[in-house]
Every structure is written in C-alpha cells, then in structure tokens.
Design a protein around this ligand. Structure first.
Ligand SMILES: *[C@@H]1O[C@H](CO)[C@@H](O)[C@H](O)[C@H]1NC(C)=O
Ligand SMILES: *[C@@H]1O[C@H](CO)[C@@H](O)[C@H](O)[C@H]1NC(C)=O
Ligand SMILES: *[C@@H]1O[C@H](CO)[C@@H](O)[C@H](O)[C@H]1NC(C)=O
Ligand SMILES: *[C@@H]1O[C@H](CO)[C@@H](O)[C@H](O)[C@H]1NC(C)=O
Ligand SMILES: *[C@@H]1O[C@H](CO)[C@@H](O)[C@H](O)[C@H]1NC(C)=O
Ligand SMILES: *[C@@H]1O[C@H](CO)[C@@H](O)[C@H](O)[C@H]1NC(C)=O
Ligand SMILES: *[C@@H]1O[C@H](CO)[C@@H](O)[C@H](O)[C@H]1NC(C)=O
Ligand SMILES: *[C@@H]1O[C@H](CO)[C@@H](O)[C@H](O)[C@H]1NC(C)=O
Ligand SMILES: *[C@@H]1O[C@H](CO)[C@@H](O)[C@H](O)[C@H]1NC(C)=O
Length: 301
C-alpha cells in the first residue's frame, strides 16, 4: 500500500513538472503528454526499489547484469549436460562440475556486491511474481536430490567416489565380456545360444552384483549406479536368459500345493461348520421353550 502511494506521488510529481515545462511552448505540448506520462511512470518504477530500501545503500540494477548473464550461462551448460547424460544415465558422474558452478552463481547472487553492502538477490530473485531464476534453481536442486547424486560424490562434490568408479570399471569389464563372447562365433546357431555368455561372464556378473549389494548397505547408490544395475540385470535374465530355472520352480510348487489342498480345506471347514449349525439348531429349541414359558405371563398381560 505504501509503495503504491509513493508511486502515485512520484508519478504525479514528474507529470506535473513536465506539464509545467511544456506549457510555455504552447498547446502542441498536449500531444506529448501520454508518452511523457509513461516515461515518468517507468522512471518512478525504476526508482522504487531504491526508495523502499531507504536505509540501505541503493543499487544500480545494471550492476547485477553480469550475474544474470552468468546464471544464464551456467544454467544452460548444466541443462545441456543433464540432457545429454540422460540415457544411459550418467548425470552424477559427468555433470557435478556444472552443478557446482550453478550453485556458486546462486551464492554470488546472494552475496553483497564488491563496493556495496547490498546483494543482487532483491533485484534478481524477488522483484516479480514468476521469479524465473528461483524456479530454475529449485528445479535443478530437485533433480539433483531425486537422483541422489551426493551418494556417489565426494563430500565437496569435488570428485566421484572410489566406490562409484570401481563399480563403473566392473561394469565396463562385464560389457567387454559380453561383447567378446558374443563376437567369438559369428553365428553359432540362428536362435542365439547364450549359455556361453552365462558361463564366461558368470564371475564378472557376480562381482558386479556383490559390489552393488555392498554399496546398497553403505548407502552409496545414486541414479547412475541404479540404472546400470537395473539394465544389467534385465540383460542377464531376459536377453541372455542366464537366471537358473530352479529359482522359478519353488514358488510354482508352493502355489500348486496350496491349490491342491484347497478342496480338502473346503470340505473340512464345511463339515465343521455344519456340525456347529446342528448344535445351534438344537440348542435354541430348549431355550425357546424356556423363554416362552417365562414370557407367557407378560404376553397375557
Ligand atoms: C559460458 O561462458 C564460457 C566462458 O566463460 C563460454 O566458453 C561458454 O560458451 C558459455 N556458455 C554458454 C552456453 O553461453
Ligand atoms: C570499488 O571501489 C574501488 C575504489 O573505491 C574502485 O577502484 C573499484 O572500481 C570499485 N569497484 C566497483 C565494481 O565499483
Ligand atoms: C573441500 O573444499 C575445500 C575448498 O573448496 C578444501 O579446502 C577442502 O579440503 C575440501 N574438503 C575435502 C574433504 O575434500
Ligand atoms: C581412491 O583411489 C585413489 C587411487 O585410485 C587412491 O589414491 C585413494 O586413496 C582412494 N581413496 C580412498 C578413500 O580409498
Ligand atoms: C563391442 O564390440 C564392437 C566390435 O568390436 C565395438 O565396436 C564396440 O565398441 C564394443 N562395445 C563395447 C561396449 O565395448
Ligand atoms: C547351447 O549350447 C550348449 C552347449 O554349448 C548345448 O548343449 C545347447 O543345446 C545349446 N542350446 C541351443 C538352444 O542351441
Ligand atoms: C557361476 O559360478 C558359480 C561359482 O563361481 C557356480 O556355482 C555356478 O554354477 C556358475 N553358474 C553358471 C551358470 O555357470
Ligand atoms: C528398471 O528398468 C525398468 C525398465 O527397463 C523400469 O521400468 C524400472 O523403473 C527400472 N527400475 C529402476 C529402479 O530404475
Ligand atoms: C529362456 O529359456 C527358456 C528355457 O530355459 C526358454 O523357454 C525361453 O524361450 C528362453 N528365452 C529366451 C528369450 O531365450
């Protein structure tokens, strides 16, 4: 409300002085009135932030332009990296530098300028309803924490953890194993006999699986690792058909045994149920006769 009043007063003052300056020049000044009023409004608007921060030293908005450009550059670089590393997922390993750069830019916006005590955050982050910079920054933060990238990076995000690079090396050697085993015979049988892949790469696969389980226990999983393991498991069990069938038969036998026992359970329970009903049918007769005797005097009254 106060801001609006100040704006009105400022605009009124500016228009008033312009009008008075124009008046001596004659009636032609009237046609310039509307553009001048607009100009005055813009001027008073641009003065407003400084006015509302009366106690703090004023800040020239142009001083914040370099920071705006820096944010534009670092957010563009980060988006480009994230999208190009989206499939197969390698965000955390390849984009952490760009993310750190963006966070540093946001830090700079929040910090006071060189010869001043005010920061650009009021001008760049809080001056309008949409707040583009804040929205973008929040979006990147959400994506980063959803991906759990911190689990795969060193404390400062200064590098990739040893466990992460060890896992990626194990994955590379497994892929090498797949690749070389598949390549050896150009076409062994038209259907593709993958059992040799299962035998040759058994050790590499188990090693990768063990690493993954260890990392899961020590909470060192990020989206890169999860995606590698997910796709490797799919490859191993679906494409190469390497999972042992006996793991599948156990539940099948259990379910069939359960279903075979269902009729027995049904007949047993219905037999027991009918026995109970018989007793219930017999018992009330006695109670009923007693009750009738007890109720007789009441009913006749
Ligand atoms: C960001 O700035 C660097 C130099 O500081 C420049 O090399 C790069 O091309 C810029 N990136 C974009 C997307 O403008
Ligand atoms: C900061 O102040 C110093 C001296 O007071 C001046 O030389 C320098 O250009 C100023 N820097 C900015 C960014 O205004
Ligand atoms: C974190 O970064 C700071 C400088 O940015 C460095 O001094 C410090 O040693 C780093 N800590 C670790 C654990 O790497
Ligand atoms: C990570 O690996 C590097 C070399 O591969 C080694 O120098 C460093 O000590 C290892 N760090 C930890 C915490 O194991
Ligand atoms: C698999 O082998 C082919 C043919 O040698 C090669 O072009 C390709 O890069 C290899 N892929 C991997 C992941 O090693
Ligand atoms: C795959 O190869 C093994 C021997 O290496 C053989 O016993 C088996 O019958 C083959 N399966 C198919 C589908 O060709
Ligand atoms: C994989 O290796 C383990 C021992 O290293 C062995 O028990 C298992 O039978 C092997 N599986 C296949 C499919 O070769
Ligand atoms: C694993 O991959 C399948 C498709 O390949 C996907 O639907 C599923 O969400 C993935 N799971 C995880 C935990 O990434
Ligand atoms: C996997 O193996 C089973 C039998 O062991 C077979 O019925 C099935 O068709 C195989 N699937 C593929 C994709 O090779």
């Amino acid at each position: 409300m106060m801001r609006f009043l100040v704006l009105l007063v400022l605009a009124g003052l500016c228009v008033g002085t312009e009008w008075q300056l124009d008046d001596p020049q004659g009636e032609a000044g009237d046609s310039d009135l509307i553009p001048k009023a607009l100009w005055a409004e813009q001027l008073s608007l641009s003065l407003l932030p400084a006015y509302s921060l009366a106690s703090a030293p004023s800040l020239d908005p142009t001083q914040c332009l370099p920071l705006l450009h820096e944010f534009a550059n670092s957010s563009a670089t980060l988006s480009s990296c994230l999208v190009s590393m989206a499939r197969p997922v390698r965000l955390c390993q390849h984009c952490y530098k760009e993310y750190v750069q963006l966070k540093a830019t946001m830090d700079k916006i929040g910090r006071p300028l060189q010869n001043s005590t005010v920061s650009c955050s009021t001008i760049l982050l809080q001056s309008d309803r949409v707040q583009v910079i804040v929205e973008l920054s929040d979006f990147f933060d959400d994506l980063w924490s959803n991906s759990k990238c911190e689990n795969c990076l060193q404390k400062n995000s200064t590098g990739v953890l040893n466990s992460t690079s060890e896992f990626m090396e194990a994955f590379d050697s497994l892929i090498q194993c797949f690749n070389s085993t598949m390549k050896e015979p150009p076409a062994p049988s038209q259907q593709g006999n993958f059992s040799r892949v299962c035998q040759n790469c058994n050790g590499s696969y188990r090693h990768l699986n063990n690493l993954y389980n260890n990392m899961e226990h020590s909470n060192a999983l990020c989206i890169d690792i999860e995606d590698v393991m997910n796709s490797t498991r799919t490859l191993w069990s679906k494409t190469f058909n390497c999972t042992l069938p006996c793991t599948d038969t156990v539940p099948v036998i259990a379910v069939s045994a359960f279903i075979l026992f269902l009729p027995v359970v049904f007949y047993l329970s219905s037999f027991l149920h009918s026995e109970q009903k018989k007793r219930k049918l017999i018992l009330p007769k006695r109670f009923k006769s007693n009750a009738n005797v007890a109720n007789l005097p009441d009913k006749h009254n």
